[in-house]
Design a binder for this molecule. Sequence first.
Ligand SMILES: Nc1ncnc2c1ncn2[C@@H]1O[C@H](COP(=O)(O)OP(=O)(O)OP(=O)(O)O)[C@@H](O)[C@H]1O
Ligand SMILES: [Mg+2]
Length: 345
Amino acid sequence: MAVERLVSPVATPTDLPEQERNWSLRPRRLHEYVGQSDLVERLKITIQAVRARNEPMEHVLLHGPPGLGKTTLAHVIAEEMGESCKVHITSGPALSRPTDLVRVLCSMNASDVLFIDEIHRVPVAVEEFIYPAMEDFVIDIKVEQGMHAQTIQKTLQPFTLIGATTRAGMVSSPMRSRFGITHSLRYYSADELLIILRRSAGLLSVEATQPGLQAIAARSRGTPRIANRLLRRARDFAQVRGDGILTPRMVEDALALEGIDALGLDDLDRAYLKTIATTYNGGPVGLEAIAATLNHDSGTLEDVVEPYLLQIGFVARTRRGRALTQAGAIHIGMPTRAAGAELFE
Ligand SMILES: Nc1ncnc2c1ncn2[C@@H]1O[C@H](COP(=O)(O)OP(=O)(O)OP(=O)(O)O)[C@@H](O)[C@H]1O
Ligand SMILES: [Mg+2]
């Protein structure tokens, strides 16, 4: 089931125009890339070193929830590798057979980047086909079928594979071990989001006060994609209902209209928390049961609702299922001694 939420970290097909505008907000160079400072430092050093040796960048595996900047970072790396470096984009679900990759692999120039999104969804046969390409820049191509089956080996230009995934645990270990740099992207702090918002407000010519932008940062669930989306929504509101200037009041009113509270939680988040609190006595309860009660797809809940609630400590995953924490119970105004609470005291 598709969920249309203003605070969804996922880019949906319906926000394609938004995606395009987002594009203009994307940082292009490493020094513009806010946050993730340890990763940025490692990348700076590696890029400088490989460029001096005239080698391609090491393969990079990025994992983390949607909207934290994995795709952006792949483009930034390519940009830093030099003008001639191009990014070729594909994704796990698009690669059903090894032959789906042959054309792109053969068309790449030295040091180009191959970006594979949702790399955990690459089928095993394709994975095995990629390994020699990653290690030795060669691929085996079948030229005939049946009795006379023959494979020829083709040498590729040295390239960089950047893989992105929201499900680190689902990337096979042989695949993972072939990346030189593996990094898990973190949620952004309010200060980091503020820097991103200031830059975006400048690019979009939005007039905003510092507290106004702070109010958006506080509701952005640690996610730049959401921050930029809320900024645009608040801008529209301020233009129609106010004098166009983003103040905390404008931000609060604009987002309250969408059911978004001071922490950036929306109706679905609160319904999820309330289900655990009331129907399941605070938990622990299995995800499938919560999904059934909410009449929602469990995968969606796992991908776009739970990560942030776990991050801010409103729910906990225990061996026996999900449990509401005290902080979570307080936020939805439920008795603080929910059944699951004793698990965390
Ligand atoms: N470090 C950053 N600094 C500034 N802006 C950022 C940063 N990371 C992401 N953004 C902004 O957030 C938007 C979403 O980032 P991006 O598309 O790279 O996320 P993603 O991790 O690839 O998400 P998905 O998993 O959905 O593919 C970008 O368009 C960009 O404007
Ligand atoms: Mg992406």
